[in-house]
Design a protein. Structure first.
Lengths: 536, 301, 317
């Protein structure tokens, strides 16, 4: 009897384990078919013209249509040069000490209209982007021209080989090319056409763009990765009203959110209503920062700028404006979100990152040195965009400054005038948000802090810092480069031209039947959707 | 509606206004006959007092943020809870009364007075001037209130003054129309004709005889438009083109941020909405009752 | 009658012309233009690129030249191209019209169905408790911001039942049932407000008529109350109600602006708001003119109905 019992137990256990194994195996294997409804917070501003915009409202819905040369691995949350995989490029290699970058392209790729892809398209795209003299087309608006400032020549040696020849070594070029903002345009399509429709090589073909309503994609049967994409279709639904967006996600009419749209408060609400909803805590690669015009009084005085930086309690801001949905960080993403982050002990030593009352005391001392006292407060005007997230941040900062003797009034600037005003330097101090297309110091430093850069709104210009920028850009030893970048970050905060207030987090939400979608620590770089599938 | 011809002496001796009973008696009679109107008046009085004494009534600085206490439930320290920045909702609603009332009253007054003057002159002078003025009024009236206010607001930029101007512009033609029709009917009255026959100057007639009799319709129009003005200001602020920060506006309290946290903190959405509804409700009740009392002819208008 | 219509249409044309100038100037008064917005989506500004785009869109021409261009184009039926979408304006506006029209019509139906009966009851039972209750109820509708009502409805629905009406516009051809469900809530939100006005007018005009001599005569003759009301009173009270319905139709569009946004319906009111913030001159100008034409026509129709229904007005206006 005992033997029988034991045997039956053993059989049961064995069957159970086998069954579990089968269940696990089938549960993990991606299913094909089905489609997803994905959130869009506004209609596409310039259609699918990714090279003419710098907004998530285009990067997110246009992603499925395109392919890059190389891409950040969709499955890896933290982005770095080690997570870069090939898309249109099968293999690549740096030559001549990071002065030439050679790509060997796939041979089986077709554009959505059937024409074959070749190195001609790559040369066309990058000549256009860097506004080369031999460029065959011109972009109406070219926000990332400076990414390719060091590219001397793009050679299409043969139909499946492309060589980027640099003026000087620049290892970061690969990081730029991996960004969601670096797709390949078709050489046979005029760039303006991308504003109304999309012809790419990506996993999904554009089926319909109903203005103001949705964007419909259908599976690309000729996609160059066999067996992908898993989904039959995608629909990006435009919902302008914030409350309605969240309600739609909650009611299941949307399967996934939009990067940057799931704040901590929204997450808590959704979690309560839909306990099975999946949330992913990632950084957005978007910072809250203050821009101070260093060319005009009073912020031409570095002591005053530093005082402002000390006065703003970073942790208080994170609690007040983000309900805790942001983290301390300097110009580059802090660890563990990014690989260039300053270590904690250095971070906490930065102005404004320490204990609130200590920091405010330091601020008051600095202000006293420049003649600002409680009975002689400094009156300034703070500008910000007339959008809730900007205004919230500005309101908090104004309150902080009031406590140290700076009286700021808020001036709200409409979207249409914000960039022109900031570029003209028509302001004293402003509350600003800055997004980064790729997590590389070159992209950040040259765009936001370099002399003469159009997006360097503070007009901060330091020869010394420029030299440091150039040095780290050409540094081939990763460890040495990291040290240099850390030192630069500290210096930038000490010069307080553009103090970083917080690094925003996103709690990207989707229903549990959405699989294979791994949000990255950068809102612009996980929009391809080729590995996403639907479980049920 | 005069029913017998007036003698010359009588016409010249006509007072500008008929004799009135004492204010106290009037109020008492009003409350008895029109309880709804009295209720409306009480509500409006409450709101006006709140607006005037906002600084005294507040429990906290309405623009002070309070990081550790965001989205707090209504409690002893925060009577109506806090918003996502930790600002006290009760204090913001109290100050919002000031903004809503100021913007509502200022724009209504501006629009009604301008419109009234235009209507008065246009109706009295008549002829070509009247025709042209009517066409211009048609142009302003050809657009729904909110649309016109929206475009003007976008054109002028976000500020309290501009919002007042933006909301007053659509009111002008509506006020002009009401006053004008009132003027037209009064103009034909015999005592006015008699006054003219006596050689009284036009302006004198206009202001001494015609104008006072338009006060009734004017008040009625004013209270009706006040409700609309408050609603339009709320809608403009909701859409983001109304009164800017840091002035607390009931409408803006309902926009983006409130909608985002509404399920976690429904008080963010409920209280400002109730405040707006109450203010408009009160002004409508009062306006209805005033209309019934002052000008029965306009009962259907 | 014909001359009357012709006269009104003539006046309407003059009004439209004046309105075109007003809207044209107002728009250009607003700081910033489409080029600024395009650059803001690019996150930077470049003066030479900016000048090039302005030239491309014809924004560098003097204002009067731009105005004449627009009027000239409209005269031949060319509504221009949307600055934002780079497509013909009519192509973009066309699908929006049925949505707004349907919402407006449904709201009006709700308003009449709600307003007329309550107005009648309220008038017949004047000054009773029922009258007061109905008047307060209808006045509440007039006092609530319609966008707030819409927000409360959606948020209440989702937190209570986990369900909201479809957020993507469902065409009647795709699924009639779902389409109606999608429209009924916004129609209720907007219609409730309009019903208040209609209720007040029905009540007050019915009250006036009920006092009239012939009604008293009818009562004296012994006709039942119901006959008296429905036959004589209502027939004559209909007139002002029609007027209000006509006026309300135009005012509705204002309420639709926020309602379409909250319920995510792709109508032209919501689109107008977005186009204004985008400084998409061709779209805004054309939409505003369209709305103005609708308002003028509906006023004309109402006045004509007035003329038909009320013989006193037909001659000698």
């Amino acid at each position: 009897m005992r033997g029988f019992r034991f045997a039956s137990l053993a059989v049961t256990v064995a069957l159970g384990v086998a069954g579990l194994g089968v269940a696990l195996a089938t549960a993990q294997a991606p299913k094909t078919g089905g489609s997803l409804n994905i959130m869009l917070r506004e209609d596409l501003p310039q259609g699918f013209a990714l090279h003419e915009t710098a907004t998530i409202s285009v990067a997110w819905p246009a992603g499925p249509c395109f392919s890059n040369l190389v891409l950040f691995d969709p499955a890896k949350k933290v982005e770095s040069v080690d997570t870069i995989i090939g898309e249109l490029a099968e293999k690549w290699s740096w030559q001549d000490n990071y002065k030439n970058l050679v790509f060997f392209l796939r041979k089986d790729v077709k554009w959505h209209d059937g024409k074959p892809f070749s190195s001609k398209d790559v040369k066309f795209t990058f000549d256009m982007l860097r506004e080369a003299p031999e460029a065959q087309a011109k972009l109406r608006i070219n926000p990332r021209k400076d990414w390719y400032a060091n590219v001397e020549h793009v050679e299409a040696a043969d139909p499946h080989t492309v060589v980027f020849r640099m003026k000087r070594p620049q290892p970061s070029l690969l990081m730029m090319l991996a960004s969601g903002y670096s797709p390949i345009y078709a050489a046979h399509i005029p760039p303006a056409q991308y504003r109304t429709t999309c012809v790419g090589t990506g996993p999904f073909k554009l089926k319909e763009w109903r203005k103001g309503e949705f964007v419909d994609y259908v599976k690309n049967p000729d996609y160059f990765v066999k067996g992908r994409p898993y989904l039959d279709g995608l629909r990006y639904v435009v919902i302008v009203e914030r409350g309605t967006r969240v309600a739609a996600l909650q009611a299941g009419q949307l399967d996934a959110a939009m990067p940057g749209e799931t704040s901590k408060g929204t997450m808590e609400q959704l979690k309560k209503a839909v306990p099975q909803m999946v949330f992913n805590t990632v950084s957005q690669s978007v910072t809250d920062n203050m821009i101070m015009n260093v060319k005009k009084p009073p912020f031409d005085n570095p002591k005053l700028r530093l005082a402002v930086s000390y006065a703003i309690d970073r942790r208080g801001l994170i609690q007040a404006s983000h309900q805790g949905g942001a983290v301390l960080g300097a110009a580059m993403l802090p660890k563990p979100y990014g690989v260039w982050g300053m270590p904690d002990k250095d971070l906490l030593a930065l102005p404004g990152y320490g204990k609130a009352d200590e920091m405010k005391a330091r601020a008051k001392k600095l202000l006293a040195e420049v003649g600002v006292t409680p009975d002689k407060p400094l009156k300034i005007e703070m500008a910000t965009r007339a959008i809730a997230i900007y205004v919230d941040m500005a309101s908090f900062v104004i309150n902080e400054l009031k406590q140290v003797g700076i009286d700021a009034t808020l001036k709200q600037i409409e979207t249409a005038q914000w960039h022109p005003m900031a570029t003209r330097g028509d302001y004293q101090i402003g509350a600003n948000l800055t997004g980064l297309g790729t997590e590389d110091p070159d992209a950040n430093f040259y765009e936001n802090y370099a002399c003469g850069s159009p997006r360097n709104y503070s007009q901060y210009c330091s020869e010394e810092i420029m030299k440091l920028f150039d040095r780290q850009s050409q540094e081939l030893d990763p460890k040495k480069r990291l040290d240099q970048v850390l030192a630069i970050q500290k210096k930038l905060e000490d010069d307080a031209a553009r103090p970083i207030l917080a690094q925003r987090l996103d709690y990207f939400a989707y229903w549990p039947h959405v699989k294979g979608l791994v949000p990255h620590n950068n809102i612009y770089n996980f929009s391809r959707m080729q590995d996403v599938w639907r479980d049920k | 509606m005069a029913t017998r011809p007036l003698g010359v002496d009588e016409a010249a001796a006509l007072p500008a206004r008929p004799g009135r009973p004492g204010l106290g008696t009037v109020l008492a009679r009003f409350c008895r006959k029109k309880p709804l109107g009295a209720a409306g008046g009480a509500i409006m009085l409450l709101i006006v007092l709140t607006a005037i004494f906002a600084d005294q009534l507040q429990t906290r600085d309405p623009i002070a943020t309070d990081a550790p206490h965001t989205l707090a439930r209504p409690s002893e320290t925060h009577w109506l809870g806090t918003d996502h920045l930790g600002r006290d909702i009760y204090s913001r609603i109290v100050h919002g009364a000031r903004i809503s009332l100021i913007v509502g009253l200022a724009s209504t007054l501006l629009g009604s007075v301008l419109g009234g003057v235009i209507g008065l002159l246009s109706g009295y002078v008549g002829g070509k001037t009247d025709l042209v003025t009517q066409r211009v009024m048609d142009i302003l009236q050809g657009l729904p209130l909110l649309v016109l206010a929206l475009v003007v607001s976008a054109a002028l930029g976000p500020s309290v003054e501009n919002v007042v101007i933006a909301i007053s512009i659509p009111i002008i033609p509506r006020a002009a129309r009401v006053i004008r029709s009132s003027v037209l009917s009064i103009r034909e009255m015999q005592y006015v004709e008699a006054a003219r026959a006596l050689g009284l100057k036009h302006l004198r007639i206009a202001f001494r005889h015609v104008l006072p009799n338009t006060i009734g319709p004017f008040i009625v129009l004013g209270t009706a438009q006040l409700g609309s003005a408050i609603l339009v200001e709320a809608a403009l602020s909701f859409l983001g083109v109304g009164v800017p920060e840091p002035y607390p506006s009931w409408g803006r309290m309902l926009s983006v941020s409130a909608a985002e946290y509404a399920q976690k903190a429904p008080w963010l959405v409920l209280f400002p909405g109730i405040a707006i509804s109450l203010a408009v409700f009160g002004s409508n009740l009062l306006g209805d009752a005033l209309r019934d009392t002052l000008d029965p002819r306009l009962r259907g208008a | 009658m014909k001359t009357y219509i012709a006269q009104r249409l003539g006046i309407g044309l003059v009004t439209l012309f004046g309105m075109s100038v007003v809207i044209f100037l107002l728009l250009r008064l607003a700081p910033g233009n489409i080029v600024d917005i395009l650059f803001s989506t690019g996150g930077y500004v470049n003066p030479s690129e900016r000048a090039a785009i302005e030239r491309e869109l014809g924004l560098d021409k003097p204002i009067w030249a731009q105005y004449l261009d627009w009027i000239g184009q409209m005269a031949v039926g060319d509504l221009g191209k949307s600055y934002r979408y780079d497509l013909p304006a009519w192509e973009i506006i066309k699908p929006l019209i049925p949505v707004t029209l349907e919402l407006a019509a449904l709201s009006l139906v709700v308003a009449v169905l709600l307003g007329v009966p309550t107005g009648v009851i309220s008038a017949v039972r004047q000054d009773t408790r029922l009258d007061y209750v109905l008047r307060v109820f209808s006045l509440a509708g007039l006092s609530m911001p319609s966008f707030w009502l819409g927000m409360v409805i959606i948020l209440g629905l989702v937190s209570w039942s986990g369900w909201i009406p479809p957020v993507t516009y469902v065409r009647p051809s795709e699924n009639l049932g779902l389409h109606l469900i999608q429209f009924i809530l916004p129609a209720l939100a907007v219609g409730y407000r309009s019903s208040a006005l209609i209720m007040r007018f029905t009540r007050s005009s019915l009250l006036e008529v009920l006092r009239e001599d012939y009604v008293r005569t009818g009562r004296a003759k012994g006709q039942t109350e119901r006959v008296v009301i429905w036959h004589h009173a209502l027939k004559n009270a209909i007139l002002p109600v029609v007027t209000v319905i006509g006026i309300e139709f135009a005012f509705l569009i204002g309420g639709l602006v926020v309602t379409e946004q909250v319920f995510n319906l792709p109508g032209l009111a919501r689109f107008l708001v977005q186009a204004i913030s985008w400084r998409d001159y061709p779209i805004v100008q054309n939409l505003v003119m369209l709305i103005a034409i609708v308002v003028i026509l509906s006023n004309l129709v109402v006045d004509m109905l007035y003329g038909i229904l009320d013989p006193r007005v037909r001659y000698g206006n």
